[in-house]
Design a binder for this molecule. Structure first.
Ligand code: GLA
Length: 691
């Protein structure tokens, strides 16, 4: 049961490409026909055809409809749904319904239900009520996955498999304790080794045997951070096992379609770097908050992560919302213009499919107010007319299918570093990894500079610039890759509190960052929270950054000294007065910037400009990046293959000078070199019509 299964099959990874070559960009949504009488199904399919829907996900929450009682199989309705869709030319992404077991499972086998950190066993009545460690849950889930695949592997409608839904369940129960201990034994071999790695001499935590170890349940005071970090790793691995064993059961029936599950962006409980090679196509669910001023840039980062998880291959936006979600406290709707921009944005960042949650708005249940492609009011609505327009837009974009986005900048991000870096009891709880990654990425986004997200340990010399906004854990392989890349000419910018600890969260001993200070040409000796409010920094007058910079630091800083690096900004007052805040250091063929504090946006922007310019990076329009010259506010520019996407998320028309006269795929018309992209508007431009 605990075998780590074979990886995704390369021949089926190509299956998504073949599907899109056949269908064009996939367009559709979650289709839950079991919520509706059959009379509605015909209407559904007619509307799908009208809107150009070509792929729907069926069955995500249909376990009770398929297995009303233990062992029973009620496939008749599903046969009819798949046949109906197929007759109408709509392909199916068929789901294993294992995210929401029927109430009978928990009733008959309470041990299948998850337990939270307080020891409370969660019950049926919602969804996700399963323990990923439960042997009984897993055997029931496997049985239904296998039976579904045996029945439908050769059904002509089925073009993709969708295992479970949004894996992310936490469980601290007794079976989780058993699986966690097994995971620890495999990792450490002996209890002595575990005691050493976890530092259990602190607070008298030494274990005599693995049997004494528990998941990090409620404790009187702070939990050992190494225990917590390993529990997060175990949780991600255990969930992955739930996915891979169903995937392998489907594959074992002879099914040849690509198999996947839906990720959730920067989801905190699953390390997608360890998952992504197990799916045949990376798929993601994305719900940017329309109330956030940074929504467009932040979701672009997520989309670049998805492309990067799949090694640059096209991915699929599996679920998003057409209007408002219903799970926030206050659910601002997307306008239809924003929904369109969101769809085109995903395609710009490498998606070959976009689908929504969900096709028809539910009349009942917890998501009755969540928007859908067909709202309660029916098809005679702005929403549905918008859906029809989206279908038409996507048909026009077939030429981009299969193409990738070339990035000259990489951003380092890893989950264990995020986890370890946010354990409680640090110099400040206000330094948040993802917030820093987002801040740094926005600087690239507003310059129209493409970025990949890079996994720790990967080779970095393929990038002209590598950004390390906040990487609390830097392992020797990543440190070596950074050295090699800089030696080969890559420019690297490293943010504060990086390279602090080893893979187990143990603080490295010596001047910091221990593995990087030669590269940086500066080193630190103390990490410190800063008082409320900005601390003034003095920028070196010789540093040419185009315009004066409002340079301040806040939240967190390090007591640094230069060991040869130029000091670009130093603390002007406070306890660190006279100490460097930002340094720059030539190392072999490259250069390294180090930020020893959380610095103001203006200073961060100047540092990133400096590195991009030094490396000769160009934006999507083919222009060199120059200090202080971002794109017009709100304009996003992305090049995918030979197509240039211009998306105006802002409120003012954006004037752009194109490298040549071009053809807009969306309007099928020629545009001159000077274009104005209206607020909310988009262009997808290619040179000539031959591609
Ligand atoms: C995710 C889930 C769906 C639904 C939506 C609501 O995408 O997979 O089942 O709950 O969120 O936004």
């Amino acid at each position: 049961m605990t075998r780590m299964a074979q990886r995704a099959d390369p021949s089926t990874s190509a299956g998504f490409r073949a599907l899109c070559d056949d269908l064009g960009l996939c367009f559709g949504g979650d289709y839950n026909p079991e919520q509706w009488p059959r009379s509605v199904w015909n209407d559904d399919v007619e509307l799908m055809v009208r809107a150009g829907v070509n792929l729907v996900t069926v069955g995500v929450f249909s376990w009770a409809a398929i297995e009303p009682s233990p062992g029973e199989r009620a496939f008749g309705w599903l046969d009819d749904v798949l046949d109906l869709l197929h007759r109408n030319g709509i392909a199916v992404d068929l789901a294993t319904p294992t995210a929401s077991p029927p109430p009978w499972l928990g009733h008959l086998h309470p041990e299948t239900l998850p337990v939270d950190a307080d020891g409370v066993r969660l019950v049926a009545g919602s969804r996700n009520q399963f323990s990923p460690a439960s042997a009984v849950y897993r055997s029931h889930a496997l049985a239904i996955a296998r039976d579904l695949a045996e029945r439908y592997a050769d059904h002509p409608a089925v073009r993709m498999w969708h295992v479970g839904n949004e894996y992310g369940q936490l469980d601290h129960g007794d079976e989780a304790a058993r699986e966690f201990r097994g995971w620890l034994k495999r990792r450490y071999g002996t209890i002595e080794r575990l005691n050493d790695v976890w530092g259990t001499t602190v607070w008298s935590q030494a274990y005599r045997s693995f049997d004494e170890i528990l998941p990090p349940r409620r404790t009187p005071y702070l939990v050992n951070p190494a225990q917590s970090l390993d529990f997060r790793r175990y949780t991600s691995d255990q969930l992955l096992l739930c996915y891979t064993e169903q995937r392998d059961a489907i594959r074992a029936t002879g099914a040849r379609q690509p198999i996947t599950t839906n990720f959730m962006g920067f989801f905190p409980h699953v390390d997608y770097w360890s998952w992504s090679d197990e799916v045949d196509v990376v798929a993601d669910d994305e719900y940017p908050d329309p109330a956030s001023e940074h929504a467009a840039a932040d979701i672009a980062l997520v989309q670049d992560l998805m492309r990067s998880l799949g090694h640059g291959r096209p991915w699929m936006l599996m679920e998003q919302t057409i209007g408002a979600v219903s799970w926030r406290e206050h659910n601002l709707p997307k306008t239809s213009g924003a929904a369109r921009l969101g769809v085109l944005q995903a395609v710009a960042h490498g998606a070959d499919g976009v689908a929504f949650f969900q096709w028809r708005q539910s009349h009942s249940g917890a998501e009755r107010f969540h928007s859908a492609m067909v709202p309660h009011a029916g098809a005679d609505t702005e929403v549905f007319r918008g859906v029809e327009r989206l279908g038409a837009d996507l048909r026009r974009l077939k030429p981009v299918v299969g193409h990738s986005v070339e990035a000259s900048v990489g951003i380092l991000f890893g989950w264990p570093s995020w986890w370890a870096g946010e354990e409680p009891a640090r110099p400040t709880g206000r330094l948040r990894t993802l917030e820093q990654v987002q801040r740094w990425y926005r600087e690239l986004w507003r310059r129209g500079v493409a970025a990949d997200v890079v996994r720790p340990g990967a080779e970095l010399d393929v990038y002209r610039v590598v950004l390390v906004p906040h990487s609390y854990l830097i392992e020797p392989d990543t440190a070596a890759a950074l050295h090699r890349a800089v030696a080969a000419g890559t420019r690297v910018v490293i943010g504060p509190f990086s390279g602090v600890a080893d893979r187990n969260g143990r603080i490295l001993q010596g001047r910091s960052p221990v593995l990087l200070h030669e590269l940086i040409g500066a080193s630190g000796e103390e990490w410190t929270a800063l008082p409320e409010g900005p601390t003034l920094l003095q920028v070196d007058e010789a540093w040419d950054v185009g315009a004066p910079v409002a340079a301040t630091a806040s939240v967190f800083a390090e007591r640094l000294r230069s060991d040869g690096a130029e000091v670009l900004a130093m603390f002007g007052d406070g306890a660190l007065a006279g100490h460097p805040a930002v340094t720059r250091h030539r190392f072999a063929g490259g250069r390294v910037w180090y930020l020893g504090a959380i610095v103001s946006d203006a200073l961060l922007s100047a540092v990133i400009d400096d590195a991009l310019q030094d490396a000769g990076v160009e934006n999507a329009l083919g222009e060199a990046v120059l200090p202080g010259r971002p794109l017009p506010v709100g304009l996003e520019a992305v090049r995918r293959g030979s197509a240039l996407f211009l998306l105006n998320h802002g409120s003012e028309a954006a004037q752009v000078t194109l490298p040549a006269t071009m053809h807009d795929l969306l309007t099928n018309s020629e545009v001159g070199r000077a274009v104005a992209v209206q607020p909310g508007a988009a262009m997808v431009l290619i040179e000539g019509l031959t591609q």
